[in-house]
Design a binder for this molecule. Sequence first.
Ligand SMILES: *[C@@H]1O[C@H](CO)[C@@H](O)[C@H](O)[C@H]1NC(C)=O
Ligand SMILES: *[C@@H]1O[C@H](CO)[C@@H](O)[C@H](O)[C@H]1NC(C)=O
Length: 254
Amino acid sequence: MKLYIPSFLLALTLTVAAEPLQQVPILSPRQSCNDSVVSCHWREPENTCCSPRYGLVVFVQQWVESYGPPNEFTIHGLWPNNCSGSRAPNRGCDSSRSWNNVATILRNKNPNLYQRMKTFWPSYKGDDNWFWSHEWVKHGTCVSTLNPSCYGSEYTPYQDVIDYFEQVLFLRNEYDVYGALNVAGIFPGGYYSSKAMLDALKQGFGNRAKIDCDRNGQLSEVWLYFNVGGRDHYQLVDAEMDGSCRGRVYYPKK
Ligand SMILES: *[C@@H]1O[C@H](CO)[C@@H](O)[C@H](O)[C@H]1NC(C)=O
Ligand SMILES: *[C@@H]1O[C@H](CO)[C@@H](O)[C@H](O)[C@H]1NC(C)=O
């Protein structure tokens, strides 16, 4: 298990530290969260700015031929579920932030993030803006720690959107599925048993993942499950099931 500080939080810390000293800052909820409070280890989160209300977070990466770099999984989404594993509301959690122009928001606010999104989170249906906006509305708005009210006076427009996508890209980088399979001798272009693949991921990450296949027995998705310490210290937990791959799995080249 790895604990880490996302770079955008480091940036925030540095910004805060660089402020003139004449005034003692009142700690906003964003600065005073207790990282030992781990999601789903409560009945109800005491402070939904400091611990995500939907505390079992599913991170889904996908393997789609001709999308994304040949040696990288791309992202399907980051889905905050409630602790029993059932989904957050289908329409998302905050209709007042139902942006349908997420591509434009990212391009304007953070061109570097936008470029990384194009690389690592492409829509295989060809409409990145639709895909990202859908993921934001349905899932991003359910990350209670990103509610604008949680930022206090530090909130700048769309910071919640930026922080959501940065977090997901960070996790993709941190949980390198291609690398974990590769270390175990599992390469695109071959057939492997689903058990060998699950074992490789468990070996690489320390906890069980779930893998899904399409109807032809071809690898399609890898699901990782997390609890969250404090606001955003993602801690991998075991997947409760193995997924839909059976027997021989085809891991195509792309
Ligand atoms: C942080 O949370 C842990 C676990 O709930 C608790 O034991 C500890 O006292 C808390 N620390 C502070 C400073 O509140
Ligand atoms: C979790 O999901 C179930 C089923 O949708 C629902 O009954 C329950 O109220 C949810 N729990 C929370 C904390 O939202």
